[in-house]
Design a protein. Structure first.
Length: 443
């Protein structure tokens, strides 16, 4: 302990001072001793205890803290046409950097930065479209890269909105962005691994469906499926987890320090998780998942700790809600930035419970025409903006109502921006990562 260490240094320093001052045992001599002159009164008396204390304090070295790695994750980037049109520039180009304007400084402080790109970047030459079959500009991908994200999720119910060609175009775009780890779509033979210093994070992303009860034959091998299905008919069973999900988690648990699962699941617009989500989350934890971050319901859902069968603690965010949208209900304007702090010691990697939680965010748009301004942290979102939010044309929106929903759903897990940034003490740094893929070997 620090105090015990200082005490020992003081004792050693005092011992050295006493020896140097001639306070040890004298030798016996037959010669008469020489008279000792008295010390003049004007010579100061040295406070050796103070000297030793100051010396101990100067020489004390703070024991090194364990390294920390932080992860932040955002919910659904839902590119309705109101969002698409908000990025239109006078010269005919598109730019979406404004979406991340308010959160960018905080985002920059995290090591792993994740966003759920709800809508497919299916090819700009095919034109842009909103609900129900989305095709979003690749410029939103540019903004995601510019903001500093290094992980993008694409296993959503809109992954097949533009068919196989849309998935291929989306992957081709991300191939031009080597800093980005893309998970959820494409051939399913590899587990993405993100490495921060020497710590490895497995990233697994699955969707319950692509808005069909039967998986389209052309994308059956191009999307990661959360729910089990009949191999012959491709009929989905929405109440049963796909065995491959659990196999992937078990394999990932063997090859990575941390296993993170991003399921696209649940029932839209419900502020609590379903029994199926509960069941699947526990199965994931039992298989070895350390962190689960859910998307799809478009509203926030609770956060809970689960205990896996192997004794592992698993933190589960059932839904982060929307990051951006122009939906027409107050809870759909509210989302969360998950903030997770990992502590890296010699023998293990653990989630720091007291330094992990969620920072509520709110999207602001106006009406006439619908235009998105940006997404704010709720704590810094002006109350007067809430009173003039475009969603008030459809539902009552006030800052107090948004705050009440956040507290109702997220409860004790709510963090402030300052609290999140304070967790970065002794962090390893956000530029020290690389991306690999590990081949899944199965019979």
């Amino acid at each position: 302990m620090k105090n015990h260490y200082i005490r020992n240094l003081i004792l050693c320093s005092l011992s050295g001072v006493l020896l140097l001052s001639g306070c040890g045992k004298k030798e016996i001599s037959e010669e008469p001793s020489t008279p000792v002159e008295e010390t003049p009164a004007d010579i100061p008396v040295v406070d050796w205890y103070t000297v030793a204390s100051e010396s101990a304090a100067r020489n004390y070295v703070e024991p090194p803290k364990p390294d920390r790695i932080t992860l932040m994750s955002l919910g659904d980037c839902l590119m309705h046409m109101g969002v698409v049109n908000s990025g239109a520039q006078a010269d005919g180009s598109y730019n979406y950097d404004f979406l991340f304007r308010e959160i960018a400084p905080t985002l920059a402080s995290a090591d792993i930065k994740v966003i759920n790109q709800e809508t497919i970047l299916g090819g700009n030459d095919r034109g842009f479209s909103g609900y129900p079959a989305f095709n979003s500009p690749t410029q939103v991908g540019d903004a995601i890269v510019n903001a500093g994200f290094n992980v993008v999720l694409h296993a959503t119910n809109h992954a097949d909105d533009m068919g196989l060609l849309g998935i291929e175009n989306c992957l081709a775009y991300w191939d031009t962005q080597p800093s980005m780890t893309v998970v959820g779509i494409g051939p399913q033979t590899e587990i993405p691994i993100l490495t921060i210093e020497d710590t490895t994070f497995a990233l697994l992303n699955y969707t319950y469906s692509v808005n069909t009860e039967v998986i389209p034959s052309n994308v059956v091998d191009q999307v990661n499926w959360l729910c089990n299905y009949d191999p012959g008919s491709r009929q989905l069973d929405f109440n049963t987890i796909h065995p491959k999900v659990l196999d992937d988690i078990k394999l990932a648990d063997q090859i990575a320090d941390v296993v993170i699962v991003f399921p696209h699941w649940g029932v839209e617009y419900t502020l609590t998780e379903t029994s199926v989500q509960d069941q699947m989350a526990q199965q994931m934890a039992d298989a070895g998942a350390d962190l689960i971050i859910g998307t799809h319901p478009h509203v926030p859902e609770p956060i809970r700790w689960l205990k896996g069968a192997g004794g592992n603690d698993c933190l589960c965010y059932f839904s982060l809600g929307n990051f951006v949208s122009t939906q027409q209900d107050t809870p759909r304007m509210l989302g969360g930035m998950a903030w997770v702090t990992f502590e890296i010691s010699k023998d293990e990697v653990t989630i720091v419970k007291e330094d992990s939680g969620v920072i509520p965010v709110v999207t602001h748009y106006t009406n006439g025409p619908t235009r998105v301004e940006t997404t704010y942290f709720l704590e810094s979102y002006p109350a007067e903006k809430a009173a003039n939010h475009g969603v008030n044309a459809y539902a009552n929106c006030t800052w107090d109502k948004l705050d009440s929903i956040a507290k109702q759903v997220f409860g004790e897990y709510i963090m402030t921006v300052d609290e999140a940034l304070a967790t970065k003490d002794n962090a390893v740094g956000s530029d020290t990562y690389n991306y690999t893929k590990i081949q899944i070997i199965r019979d």
